[in-house]
Structure formats: structure tokens, C-alpha cells
Design a protein around this ligand. Structure first.
Ligand code: IPM
Ligand code: MG
Length: 351
């Protein structure tokens, strides 16, 4: 389909703007007849340090009116930890009810990783991370703060509705033609006997609706072993917010590093936001050393979510062409500058 899409752009902090620029360069190269109206949002550390704003409510409302959002990264050593994370990134994820955090873990051709025993085909899975509740809900508080008898409570909120919608999304994904019809729940049911029990019951119940999907269960600690030792056992993983956060950093490393790991915060019925899963790399700013492929991969996911499958496929071809030419996926070791990697993708996407 040919659309006139309105895409929000949050370039963000650190190397965020550099990788977003490459993503937009690739978009321009593959968009064909489709029109993309880019709506820039000045959000992140600079804005916060200047005005004290993180994500004002009226800007959240503007995000809600878009077709999708493309985000670089937010975070800055000058800003106290938690401010931009909670009041900008999580406020957007929660405010737009982006309840799925979709993180494909794919090994592209030619990519070397820290695990020499993996073959290129071993690493091909997708993590469906719950993105709207769990330990991230912000429930809890201090009691007697700063005293010897201080109590700090951080509660994991797991609702039937929240668990059911994420597990259902994961089952539906497992049934897609490009997947292998296997769903693994990753949790810690042997210790988290309430939240884990709810997740396991929902998986068991929904499994009856999806008889063609094989289900499996792995404790989160064991999942860390399997991601290194036998990643081929995973096709679709469903897990809670915190566990999903942690295992996808390990996942990034088995695909070649944070420079290549992309993710999407999806609201399948609303506005979704796509981002490289790595951070702002303050030490690399302005050097042209940072890998833009994670951001370009996020752009590919954005196009897929909009239903622009042909464009997304072209980006995918471009990424694969680029990885075959690159020495490494790590910042400064790529053998090309940030902009040159973007050009490799553009070339590969054009053939
Ligand atoms: C991620 C990040 C965020 C998270 C931080 C920056 C709040 O680690 O997207 O994985 O924990 O979700
Ligand atoms: Mg993380």
C-alpha cells in the first residue's frame, strides 16, 4: 500500500541523532512512492537540562496521533539515573500502552560473535517481552527512608489482562509463516510462585487455542545458559518485563552486539515506537564510530508494522549486504564509519 505516514522522530541523546540520521537515510532510499511526514520531537537530556521537561502531557498526546515513532536513544551522564528512563521512555511506553516489547535476536551473515560454537543458523528467535507492567510498574515505595530501619519495596504487578494479551501475542507470532511454531515461557516459577503461576496458567490455557504451537518452559537463569549453549531451541520466547530486559542484552551479544540489536515497543491497536536497544554511548559521540545497524533494524521493524513489507524486505537485504562487508558490529571496529555503514545498507537495499 502507498501511504502518507506521519512518523514521530525522537533523535534523543548521545549517539542517538547519528544513528537516527542513518535510519532516515535508508528510509529515503527505500520508501518508493510512499510519503513519510517526519514529525520531530525535541525530547531527551538537552531539553530536560534546558527546561526541566521530560515528556509533557501535550507531547504525549501528539505522539498518540502518529502512525509510528522512531527513537534514537535517551540518557545522559549529566542527568540523574531514572529521570529520562522513567519520565520519558517508560512514560511513552506506558502512556501509549505499548504492551509488547518485540526483540528479534537474529544473526546476520558474516557476523562474528563472542560464542565461536554458534553457527550462523543457530541464532534466530524473537523475545516477546511484556512491556506495560511487572517490576516496571513503579509500584512500591520507601518507609523510614534514610534510617537504619529503612524499607524499600518494589512490587511486581501482573494482571490477568496484561499477561493474557502478551501471551496471546506470542502464540500468534509463533504461528506466523516465518516462525517455527514453538513458544517458550521464560520465568522463575520455582521462586516467583504467584506471578510465575499466573504466566504458566495463561500459557497452558491459551495453548489449547493454538494446538499447532509446541510450548516449553525454561527458568530465566537456565535461559541464560541455553542462549549460549543451545540457542537453536528457542523460536518465540515470552517473558515478563524485567526478565525480558535482562535476557535481551545477552541476546544482543549472541547476535553480534548492541550495535545490531533492534526492538519495537508495540501497541498493535495503537501507536508503536521503534528503537535500537542499546544506549546513547556518550564516549562515542561525534566520532562516526557507532554502528547504525540497530537503528536501521528498528526502522525495518517500523516499516513492517506499518504493513510496508516490500520496503522492510529491502532494508533487510541492505542490512545483510552490509554485515557481509563489515569487520565487526562493535563501535569503532566496524571497518567503516557510521555514515558508510548507512551507505552500505542503501546500496544493498537498492539491488
Ligand atoms: C531497554 C532499556 C530500558 C529498559 C531502560 C533504559 C529503562 O534497558 O529498553 O532495554 O529497562 O526497558
Ligand atoms: Mg535493557
Amino acid at each position: 500500500m502507498t501511504g502518507g505516514y506521519r512518523v514521530g522522530v525522537i533523535r534523543g541523546d548521545g549517539t542517538g541523532p547519528e544513528v537516527v540520521a542513518e535510519g532516515l537515510k535508508v528510509l529515503e532510499a527505500v520508501r518508493g512512492e510512499a510519503a513519510f511526514d517526519l514529525v520531530e520531537f525535541d525530547l531527551g537530556a538537552e531539553r530536560y537540562l534546558r527546561t526541566g521537561d521530560t515528556l509533557p502531557d501535550d507531547e504525549l498526546e501528539q505522539l498518540r496521533e502518529l502512525d509510528a515513532v522512531f527513537l534514537g536513544a535517551v540518557g545522559d551522564p549529566r542527568v540523574k539515573p531514572g529521570v529520562l528512563e522513567r519520565d520519558l521512555l517508560l512514560k511513552a511506553r506506558f502512556g501509549l500502552d505499548q504492551y509488547v516489547n518485540l526483540r528479534p535476536i537474529v544473526r546476520y551473515p558474516g557476523v562474528e560473535t563472542l560464542v565461536p560454537s554458534h553457527t550462523e543458523d543457530d541464532v534466530n528467535m524473537v523475545v516477546v517481552r511484556e512491556n506495560s507492567e511487572g517490576l516496571y510498574s513503579g509500584a512500591g515505595g520507601f518507609h523510614r527512608k534514610g534510617t537504619e530501619h529503612e524499607v524499600a519495596v518494589q512490587e511486581s504487578i501482573n494482571t490477568r489482562h496484561g499477561v493474557e494479551r502478551i501471551v496471546r501475542y506470542a502464540f500468534e507470532l509463533a504461528m506466523k509463516p516465518h516462525r517455527r511454531r514453538k513458544l517458550t515461557l521464560v520465568h522463575k516459577t520455582n521462586v516467583l510462585t504467584f506471578a510465575g503461576d499466573l504466566y504458566q496458567r495463561v500459557v497452558d490455557e491459551l495453548a489449547k487455542e493454538f494446538p499447532d504451537v509446541e510450548t516449553d518452559y525454561v527458568h530465566v537463569d537456565a535461559a541464560c545458559i541455553y542462549l549460549l549453549d543451545s540457542p537453536g531451541r528457542f523460536d518465540v520466547i515470552v517473558t515478563d518485563n524485567m526478565f525480558g530486559d535482562i535476557i535481551t542484552d545477552l541476546g544482543a551479544m549472541i547476535q553480534g552486539g548492541l550495535g545490531i540489536a533492534a526492538g519495537g515497543n508495540l501497541n498493535p491497536e495503537g501507536v508503536s515506537m521503534f528503537e535500537p536497544i542499546g544506549g546513547t554511548a556518550p564516549s562515542e559521540v561525534g566520532k562516526g564510530t557507532i554502528n547504525p545497524l540497530a537503528a536501521i533494524g528498528a526502522l525495518e521493524m517500523l516499516l513492517r508494522q506499518l504493513g510496508e513489507t516490500d520496503q522492510a524486505e529491502r532494508v533487510d537485504r541492505g542490512i545483510r549486504a552490509a554485515t557481509q562487508r563489515m569487520k565487526s558490529m562493535r563501535a569503532g571496529e566496524m571497518g567503516f564509519t557510521t555514515a558508510e555503514v548507512g551507505d552500505l545498507v542503501v546500496d544493498g537495499a537498492s539491488t
